[in-house]
Design a protein around this ligand. Sequence first.
Ligand code: SF4
Length: 480
Amino acid sequence: MRILFLQDTIDSESIGVAYVSAVLKEAGHNTELFILSLERDIDSRIREFSPDIIAFSIVVTKQRFYERLGGYIKSRFPDIKIVAGGPFITLEPKFVNKGFIDFGIIGEGEEAVVELVNSIESKSSIDGIKNLVFKRDNELIVNELRPLVEDIDRLPLPDRGLYLKYNSFRNLTVKRFISGRGCPYSCNFCFTRRFRDMYHNKGKYVRKHSVERVCEEIERLRSVSVVNTVHFSDDIFFTNKEWITKFYDIYPKRIGIPFQCNLTASIIDEDVVRLLKEAGLRGVGIGLESGNEEIRKSVLNKRFSNDEIKRVAGLLHKYGIEIYTYNMIALPKESIDDALMTLELNREMRVGITQCNISIPFEGLPLTDTAIDDGLLDSEGIASEMDKRPETPIIKVEHPEQFERLFLLFPFLVKTRLKIRTIKWLLRMRLNFIYRILHRITYIWNMKRYYDISLISGFKIFLDIKKGERYLKEFFKRCR
Ligand code: SF4
């Protein structure tokens, strides 16, 4: 069968889609991917490929877009079946009720997709396919979850070729990889927590590929495109000391390319840092989220202290490793002073690149439930709140306009020595237009640093993204 994946923008490649494509090809099917923001006439492209099935991986916050896209596809190509998977369908299987989706896949989808496509091809029953969601006689049927794949090495290497036909991916110097699946932590705002609950008694949730297999994947990609830096996008890279020791023995000799990964403060000690540095570690991403210890602990369930994180930052600097942080503002009961503590802590840690987001309350998570109970969020309106601009607070906070300005200025302010009282004054000024420009300049600067490219190349990436966003807005209007 012919399966076409559609993705909205070039934000990043979906390794999940690449895995699903790989298992489908292994089962003898033909796959293709189109990125809408890079394709000018999607209708002709669909006609050219002539798929039997169109598939989306829907990430949380993009459901509205895919809902419109699905409606658009169904109105023009009613005979093509639509299959949707990804984190959003897993969290919200009832989305399949929307009508445009023929089949939803929840959880890790490789085996379920192959069974589904084979059944569609042979016109056999789909009833017993685990992880499948579908509608029958207006009733939503959510089949049981199958156990997790225990040995993830038995899955074929992800099909990177899907993305490499686009220059934007082929020429990226930093390429993403995943060395394992699952996260051992339970942060109150993160949907990983719900996935782990779903998979209770369905096998080990945190799994690693063998180091040999990780190296093989990097070697394959390096043989067909540029890979100057490896980015391990695992939720948390270091979950197992034995694995890290093996990685230390094999990776530098076999690959020898600098790498970045995500770690959490509570597991970083000098031995780990030294080992990883000698293996080629160049940068570490840390989910700091809040600079207010109490909020971090009680609202977010992140269990490390400010002293601990400063100690870790000192260690990373000692070994010349760059720090990237992920931060969230406009949290339940957070004041602007609390949010400024987050800014200050980033400064004290001397971070290289910061990312600051407005907190997003996903349904069914403790942070969201608390915000609803405290009257800071309307449970009925969560979905529509997701359509707001990225700088607009979703949870009710005092002075939301100051949070918007802080969101725009955060990565810039982290790099300045401006006094907190001056920053507070800036946050009261209605200068959003200027702050937006500063936000974009900082973004381009960070691109340059992160990808180790020229400012002009950073600017080009920014323009590509903006062009894609504009195109999608137009496309979105046509889908209404
Ligand atoms: S450590 Fe990261 S991935 Fe794991 S639960 Fe917390 S936020 Fe989610």
